[in-house]
Design a protein around this ligand. Structure first.
Ligand code: ACM
Length: 371
């Protein structure tokens, strides 16, 4: 007799961040199919219940409560923006349920009810800053979407720039649903102040409009590239090819990792690039289901009081490499990489850590020279 385990999925299929969240939903469903084949031996079947929160944080909160109260789920997989995670967090804490969060974020958070499977700042922004400073210089212009992740991530970048004797030449925020006209005055200002590089914390569809406005203004990535943590293959896929080449992103996974020899066991995942652009958030959404499934078998059920201790310290083979959940802070140890975007919509990997880096979400002990 199969034991059915209801799980909740909250990824947007509409709204400004659907472009990336649809890839997370794709990976989650794909991994559930795989997990269910393996879980059958142990007598479990995952039964997903998905709702579209429309890129709206209030809907994320309301739907997480609906999943818990009406669908009796103990575990929810979802959220892209930090605003949506911060809206779901009090709900999972109130009912003592679990949220798996498959997205890079700004750090400075810990909840005993969240497993953080994307990169936190010591695993991406510090790595990226070191590369940009040593390759292009230390004067930087900041452009972001108007919510918590860009503000906090820019705060870290500003500290790094100032700490290394550089200069911030400007800082601008646009609405989450910004379009081309929002970026024209910003790229004009960037042109006149000529920073060494731009740090973009723009997210979702607006990323396309920013990179295209940058190209329209005659700016060139050889002289003044854009560095980002959120411009993935999913955002490159909706840009015109000439606008997407030559910029830099730091992430634990790029689709091109699947072509590397150490990734042979995952190489068959590459066929799914025909369905959605594979990217760091897709990969985290994929492996976190496998991680959850292994804990489910070990504790023989999805009761959060048993699952959480079993997840702390748990290892999981993932396309980026063997990851593990830090027993002290519930964040994943991941492999920082830097990719240079290409006109074909992929990233050429130009730096990668051979070892997983311990998550330090509060940046207690980072040192740029240690990277
Ligand atoms: C994000 O909001 N964590 C990308």
């Amino acid at each position: 007799m199969m034991r059915k385990i209801d799980i909740g999925l909250l990824f947007s299929e509409t709204g400004p961040t659907a472009v990336i969240e649809k890839t997370q939903l794709h990976a989650t469903r794909l991994a559930i199919e795989r997990a269910n084949r393996e879980l059958a031996v142990a007598g479990f079947e995952l039964v997903p219940h998905h709702f579209d929160p429309q890129s709206d944080s209030r809907l994320f909160a309301a739907l997480s409560e609906k999943l818990i109260l009406e669908y009796s789920v103990n575990v929810i997989f979802g959220c892209y923006t930090s605003a949506s995670r911060k809206a779901v967090l009090p709900v999972v804490e109130k009912y003592n349920r679990l949220l798996f969060y498959p997205t890079l974020y700004e750090g400075f958070e810990f909840s005993p009810n969240v497993v953080y499977t994307g990169a936190c700042p010591n695993q991406n922004v510090i790595f990226l800053a070191e590369f940009m400073f040593s390759t292009f210089g230390k004067s930087c212009y900041l452009v972001g979407s108007d919510y918590v992740y860009p503000y906090e991530s820019n705060r870290v970048m500003k500290d790094l720039v100032h700490g290394f004797g550089g200069q911030i030449l400007g800082e601008q925020y646009v609405p989450l649903d910004a379009g081309p006209t929002d970026f024209r005055p910003i790229v004009a200002e960037i042109r006149s102040c000529a920073p060494d590089f731009i740090f973009s914390t723009v997210v979702g569809e607006a990323t396309r409009d920013f990179y295209e406005a940058y190209e329209d203004a005659g700016l060139s990535p050889e002289a003044m590239p854009i560095a980002s943590l959120t411009t993935t293959e999913a955002e490159l896929a909706i840009m015109r090819p000439s606008a997407r080449a030559g910029h830099f992103t730091s992430a634990p996974f790029f689709a091109t990792v699947l072509g590397e020899p150490q990734c042979a066991q995952w190489a068959e995942l590459a066929v799914h690039a025909r369905e959605v652009p594979l990217n760091q958030c897709w990969e985290a959404a994929y492996f976190e289901i496998l991680l959850f499934a292994s804990a489910l078998v070990e504790v023989d059920g999805d009761a959060p009081v048993k699952l959480m201790p079993s997840l702390r310290g748990r290892e999981c083979a993932a396309p980026q490499g063997l990851i593990r959940i830090d027993p002290d802070n519930n964040h994943a140890w991941v492999y920082p990489r830097i990719g240079r975007s290409m006109a074909d919509g992929n990233f050429e990997i130009i730096r990668e850590s051979k070892r997983p880096v311990r998550p330090d979400p509060y940046l207690m002990s980072y040192a740029i020279s240690a990277l």
